[in-house]
Design a protein around this ligand. Structure first.
Ligand code: AGP
Length: 605
């Protein structure tokens, strides 16, 4: 969601903040701004649209500031415009906010009842927090206490970064939203961000404050100090120190036109890395041994979006290989149910970012019920990473493309490794499957022209139905999501057998059916394809090269080789729809890495 960067130190704060916000662009946003303190004066610069608009505005100003906070906003309350962009400020202090204040109207009414006048400049809930801060600061003239009192009144997931003109300091406080703090190696500079990747190369020591802890980074006589406080002002030990940010990577596009394509091409090496870590590295072996020591009676998986579809794939492994009853829930639904969780159950939370609000909320619900919690997760140090009992890191590296590709593959593979080890598969059994997967994906990546040609024959069609059966049904759902996300076309994922129960009414010559054909359900798939063909739908099938009948009846047939693959044919087929969506989006000229309206990590509910 929103990106936040705060800086305090000897460098020009504008340069550091803009570099940090640039790294956070992948999270998705629609406006950007900075507040800078120069000679104890507070200046605000903010612009709707891309970060470049703000950069052009700042280029015209000669600003010498050593303390500032910056923000990229993904609109929740209030339209996308300059006024609603962050930071929000009075002449004395400024704030940026990530999250939602659920009781903002109530707080506004409280301030009116207290006859606290405030000159609102925007329609945002964030500015209500500024008004509340102003109220408490005027009451007790203590900035730290004002933050604590204001934050205690707020309901909802929020992170704030704040500063005032009087103190050479920057502050932050958060609840169920990402915040990370850092100090430079020579402790002359302090940093705050919503994402560790913004601090790579700047901060040497990384701190993760816990919920409801106020962090203050102060610079005096050339040295920065960092202190943590409870909301009522007493010193707090509730933070985690990570020795160094050096092991965080900052991704670059290299020779690829888009991060998304780069990340699709990274998949073979990442599959090797993941299996190597968990089968050959003693740390990985220990982790997998620990989480598969006890056999759960039942498993509940919670996730959102692509991670949810990975959950459906993993359910297939757990029920097929381990015969363990497994429920997969949309996290945004699960948290409003009265879940049936029994001791001896295992709950698994799947997430790339580890900051998805709905997934974190469902975790809270499970912890209250006292069941074991496990993550299948990409970002180490994220909120999810710190809140579960055990983590299975998928080691996909930074996924910059908003549309998830390599993380999906790694999530599914992680689930397969977990399932296989739970059933005491030998390493040879596992590697025989994963080595074939790597080789087959490599082959696809060496012949993308076939997929580009298919994309050029269908990109003008109005509607797409992705269909699949068995462990290819979740792949159909994921393929439809990818196309929606990056090409902005209507696409729906459906179980092949369900088309005749209604959706077939949609079929005419404007529609494309992308049909996944699992090796064990060929006849059924052929009859579904025939139903579509009889109604002039355009047929793209993805199946084993031996399916001559399927090839004969298809308008486009993408040949795969399922031989020697038993469990991972769906994950293999999914690479086709990743590339198909990519090339269709390219032909339509959309913003592939930062699609409109989307955010990489949805930290609001
Ligand atoms: C995937 O392409 C989407 N960007 C989105 O559905 C994403 O998978 C979902 O928001 C969950 O995010 P997470 O994996 O970081 O929890």
């Amino acid at each position: 969601m929103c990106g936040i960067v705060g800086y305090l130190g000897s460098r020009n704060s504008t340069d550091v903040i803009l570099e940090g916000l640039t790294r956070l662009e992948y999270r998705g946003y629609d406006s950007a701004g900075v507040s800078l303190i120069e000679n104890d004066e507070l200046e605000i610069y903010k612009k709707e649209g891309k970060l470049n608009n703000l950069k052009s505005l700042l280029k015209k100003k000669k600003i010498q500031s050593h303390r500032g906070i910056g923000h990229t906003r993904w609109a929740t309350h209030g339209e996308v415009n300059d006024f609603n962009a962050h930071p929000h400020a009075t002449s004395d202090y400024s704030i940026v906010h990530n999250g939602i204040i659920e009781n903002s109207q109530e707080l506004k009414e409280f301030l009116m009842k207290e006859k606290h006048t405030f000159n609102y400049q925007s329609e945002t809930d964030s500015e209500v927090f500024l008004a509340l801060l102003d109220y408490y600061f005027k009451k007790n003239n203590n900035f730290l206490h004002a933050i604590g009192e204001a934050f205690e009144s707020v309901r909802g997931n929020s992170a704030f970064v704040l500063m005032n003109t009087k103190e050479n300091a920057i502050y932050c406080v958060k609840k169920s939203a990402p915040i990370v703090c850092g100090l430079s190696e020579n402790i002359t500079e302090g940093f705050i961000s919503s994402d560790p990747y913004a601090l790579v190369g700047f901060a040497d020591r990384i701190y993760f404050p816990e919920d409801n802890v106020i962090t203050k980074i102060e610079l005096s006589s050339g040295e920065t100090s960092i202190n943590f406080y409870e909301l009522h002002g007493q010193e707090s030990p509730r933070y985690r120190l990570q020795e160094s940010s050096k092991n965080l990577e900052v991704s670059k596009k290299g020779q690829f036109e888009h991060y998304m394509l780069k990340e699709v091409f990274e998949q073979p090496i990442l599959i090797r890395k993941l299996t190597d870590f968990y089968l050959n590295d003693e740390i990985g072996i220990e982790i997998l041994k620990k989480v598969t020591k006890t056999r759960p009676k039942m498993i509940h998986i919670m996730a959102c979006g692509t991670a949810y579809y990975a959950g459906l794939v993993i359910k297939g492994f757990l029920e097929d290989i381990n015969r363990i009853p497994t429920n997969v829930y949309l996290a945004s639904e699960f948290r409003y149910q009265n879940p049936i969780l029994n001791s001896g159950d295992l709950t698994i939370f799947i997430s790339q970012s580890g900051e998805t609000a709905d997934t974190l909320a469902s975790l809270e619900l499970c912890k209250v019920n006292g069941v074991k919690t496990l993550s299948i997760l990409n970002v180490e140090g994220s909120t999810l990473y710190r809140e579960v009992d055990n983590n299975l890191l998928i080691k996909a590296g930074p996924e910059i493309g908003v549309a998830s590709t390599k993380a999906f593959t790694q999530m599914c593979l992680m689930g397969f490794l977990f399932s296989a080890k739970l059933e005491n598969f030998s390493d040879e059994q596992i590697l025989s499957e994963t080595h074939v997967l790597v080789e087959r994906i490599d082959h696809i990546l060496q012949s993308t022209d076939i997929i580009q040609n298919v994309a050029s024959s269908i990109y003008r069609h109005q509607g797409f139905l992705f269909t699949g059966r068995g462990n290819h049904f979740p792949i159909a759902l994921e393929g439809a999501l990818k196309l929606k996300e990056i090409a902005y076309v209507h696409a729906e994922g459906y179980a092949s057998g369900e088309l005749k129960h209604g959706p077939i009414a949609l079929i005419d010559d404007t529609m494309v059916n992308v049909a996944f054909c699992p090796p064990n359900l060929i006849d059924k798939t052929i009859s579904n394809v025939q139903e579509i063909k009889a109604r002039q739908g355009f047929i793209v099938t993805i199946g084993d090269k031996s399916n001559s009948e399927l090839e004969r009846i298809s308008d486009e047939f993408i040949r795969l080789d399922f031989s020697n693959l038993e469990f991972l044919t769906g994950v293999y087929s999914n690479v086709i729809s990743q590339l198909l969506s990519y090339y269709i989006a390219k032909l339509k000229g959309t913003d592939i890495d930062k699609p409109r309206n989307l955010a990489k990590s949805v930290t609001v509910e």
